[in-house]
Ligand binder design. Structure first.
Ligand SMILES: [Zn+2]
Length: 137
């Protein structure tokens, strides 16, 4: 779907979610509605964030919809940059690491398949690398 996230052509900039910003109300929205919900003014498309922390999550172990891998994780992330609560997928390779408050960042990669059975590009959150972990750099 266009207008949901940025996918920079180079690795120097991480992907980010695209939402709306109302300069009158100083309010951010994701996904971007047509108008500001407070003043009904026009919104500017803007990056609303790529890092945050897990507010809540669950792991779904029954048959996955939309070509998602099974099991899969979903939940709410509070974005550091804008304070928005985002309902999102989590990295299926890190489901055992998920916990409330865990710092996460946005990734965009193939995850599951589309309706034609082809690999599907999706945004999801994955744990931030742990800098103080002994033995890792
Ligand atoms: Zn407004």
């Amino acid at each position: 779907m266009p207008g949901i996230f940025t996918l920079p052509p180079y690795d120097d900039e991480p992907p980010a979610l695209l939402g709306g910003f109302c300069p009158v109300c100083n309010a951010y929205y994701f996904p971007r509605p047509k108008y500001c919900r407070a003043c009904l003014g026009p919104l500017k498309e803007t990056r609303v964030g790529s890092e945050g922390s897990i507010y809540s999550f669950t792991i779904v172990r029954k048959k996955a919809p939309l070509g998602l891998p099974q099991p899969y994780g979903v939940g709410y992330v509070i974005l550091k940059e804008t304070g928005l609560f985002i309902f999102s997928l989590f990295d299926p390779a890190t489901l055992d690491k998920l916990r409330i408050g865990l710092p996460v960042r946005l990734a965009v990669n193939t995850l599951g398949v589309d309706i034609n059975g082809s690999p599907c590009l999706r945004p999801y959150f994955t744990p931030m690398p742990v800098m103080s972990d002994p033995g890792k750099i």
